[in-house]
Design a protein around this ligand. Structure first.
Ligand SMILES: [Ca+2]
Ligand SMILES: [Ca+2]
Ligand SMILES: [Ca+2]
Length: 114
């Protein structure tokens, strides 16, 4: 599992930022993302998850995340997502990373994480 999935699940679980950098995602975290409980995470489920996290973090609802809003996200990951380096992660930058992350985690390319 990639870091972004791990942090997204952890944010959803209400875990503190101290745990957000954990490289591993346990079965419990997978269950949070697996909305229909079929044991797999589809790209749709993953995007819903990612969207919920974005909305959760975007406190001022300007559709971009400042470093302050994104404190739960490891700084390195925030900088990776901020493709144009303007100090904010826009929704487009975020979604791009979400999809790239899903693709990277979907090792057999079947559109499901399992
Ligand atoms: Ca599922
Ligand atoms: Ca914002
Ligand atoms: Ca940006």
């Amino acid at each position: 599992m990639t870091r972004l999935i791990a942090f997204a699940a952890l944010v959803a679980l209400g875990a503190g930022a101290a745990h957000a950098a954990s490289p591993a995602m346990s079965t419990d975290h997978l269950a949070v993302v697996d909305l229909d409980s079929d044991g797999k995470v589809s790209v749709t489920e993953y995007r819903v998850m990612g969207s919920n996290v974005f909305i959760l973090l975007d406190g001022d609802v300007d559709h971009q995340l400042s470093e302050t809003e994104a404190q739960a996200i490891p700084v390195v990951l925030f900088q990776e997502m901020d493709a144009d380096h303007d100090g904010f992660v826009s929704r487009v930058e975020y979604d791009t990373q979400i999809l790239a992350d899903f693709g990277a985690a979907d090792l057999d390319g079947d559109g499901m994480l399992n």
